[in-house]
Write a protein that binds this ligand. Structure first.
Ligand SMILES: [Zn+2]
Length: 412
């Protein structure tokens, strides 16, 4: 498994500057494409699964976090408050309190539940500089977050649906969990709420794990302060585990914020909050993708998807026309002509690009192109329109595999 930091440099994805500070990477154009594509993917996935997206500010008054319990239980990981005109503002350490207030924006009926609120939003963690590294531990985190507000009897189904969504995303991304962890409170930790509520929440998560048919290990002392959680663990290059996706059950914050809905009998009831993240932080997700795939990201995530390589200058015009055709079909395309060296050198330079299209010679004369795959296999000569539509179809399907069926390609 490669290290994501060296790949990030090799592929020009992200960088850091001492003047910005440790744990605050910036995204270069190629990295921004990967990030944007990943964010669009997860938004689409969530929309299809019945989530509604919101935006909320990265700052809030200190009182918000006193009410949510973060100030009492999580303050060591928060940035100090900023005094602004007699008020204290803090950078948010999570999105949950904002979403609880969005739930409270209007009176809610049982008919609206489960209400699934999602946001790709920034949050901040005051990590010490010694533990920061690459994209795994950062101080400004872009989180793929969502909160499902539901009736108590809907919690198990929502937790299971969240696990299914995570599984679906991992298949598209070619990610493999190292294990599922059921994170429970440990001795001496700071936890909110009584033991009965914790036992009940943990039982709901166990039910969801059993229903999803995945094995898990219980870990004491890894829970959030407001509830137990399922952590999906991935391994990094050095075999160190970290958490990417999470599903948490929370009876505590709905109570702290006085959340209610009107039941079928007209009486007020308290909803439960299921916190869930499919990709975790975008930073960590990209780090894992690089460590899983090396430079060969799934084609739909690759910064450049098609390299157009005219054999000689006389093929540059047709190559440009073919490139436009690819771009119109939504493919990210780059042309590399003879000014960048021999055809062999250009194919080597494009070795991380999933599809390499050579234009020239006999094929060009009858409107065909020669298609090679990143792994060295050759699809061979295809009519231009067919080459474009088949590449575009594979990208649109977000398939991790480069091409199929296997028998259509020959090994170099
Ligand atoms: Zn949350």
């Amino acid at each position: 498994m490669p290290d994501h930091r060296s790949l990030g440099r090799e592929l020009d994805l992200f960088g850091t500057d001492a003047l910005i500070g440790a744990g605050l990477p910036y995204w270069l154009p190629a990295g921004a494409i990967v990030r944007h594509t990943l964010e669009e993917y997860v938004r689409d996935l969530e929309r299809e699964a019945g989530y509604q997206h919101v935006y909320s500010p990265v700052l809030a008054k200190r009182q918000l976090y006193e009410q949510s319990g973060h100030w009492a239980h999580y303050r060591d990981d928060m940035y100090p408050p900023m005094d602004v005109g007699g008020e204290q503002l803090v950078l948010r350490p999570s999105l949950c309190p904002h979403h609880a207030l969005i739930y409270r924006h209007t009176a809610r009926s049982h008919r609206e539940l489960p209400l699934r609120i999602a946001e790709l939003g920034a949050m901040y963690r005051a990590e010490l500089s010694g533990v920061l590294g690459g994209l795994h531990r950062v101080r400004a985190i872009q989180l793929n977050d969502a909160h499902v507000f539901c009736a108590p009897e809907q919690v198990a189904a929502e937790a299971r649906a969240a696990l299914e969504l995570i599984g679906q995303a991992y298949r598209a991304l070619g990610l493999r969990p190292a294990r599922y962890r059921l994170s429970l409170p440990g001795p001496g930790g700071k936890y909110a709420g009584g033991p009965d509520v914790w036992r009940h929440s943990a039982a709901v998560l166990v039910e969801a794990l059993d229903d999803a048919g995945v094995g898990y290990e219980a870990a004491e002392g890894e829970a959030a302060f407001y509830g137990p959680k399922i952590d999906v663990q991935l391994s990094d290059a050095a075999g160190r585990e970290s958490t990417l996706s999470t599903v948490q059950v929370d009876f505590y914050q709905p109570e702290r914020f006085g959340l209610r809905y009107v039941g079928a009998d007209g009486a007020p009831y308290r909803p439960v909050m299921v916190h869930r993240s499919v990709l975790g932080s975008i930073e960590r997700a990209v780090a894992h993708l690089l460590e899983q795939h090396g430079a060969a990201l799934p084609p739909w995530l690759s910064p450049v998807q098609v390299a157009v390589l005219p054999v000689s200058d006389e093929h540059s015009g047709p190559a440009a026309a073919f490139g436009h055709r690819c771009a119109r079909s939504g493919l990210r395309v780059e042309q590399a002509g003879p000014e960048r060296g021999s055809l062999g050198a250009r194919i080597r330079a494009a070795r991380h690009v999933p599809y390499q299209v050579v234009l020239g010679g006999r094929e060009a004369a009858d409107g065909r192109v020669s298609l090679r795959l990143r792994d060295g296999r050759r699809v061979g000569a295809l009519p231009e329109a067919e080459a474009v539509s088949r590449m575009a179809a594979r990208i649109a399907a977000r398939d991790v595999a480069l091409w199929e069926p296997e028998q259509e390609v020959s090994v170099r």
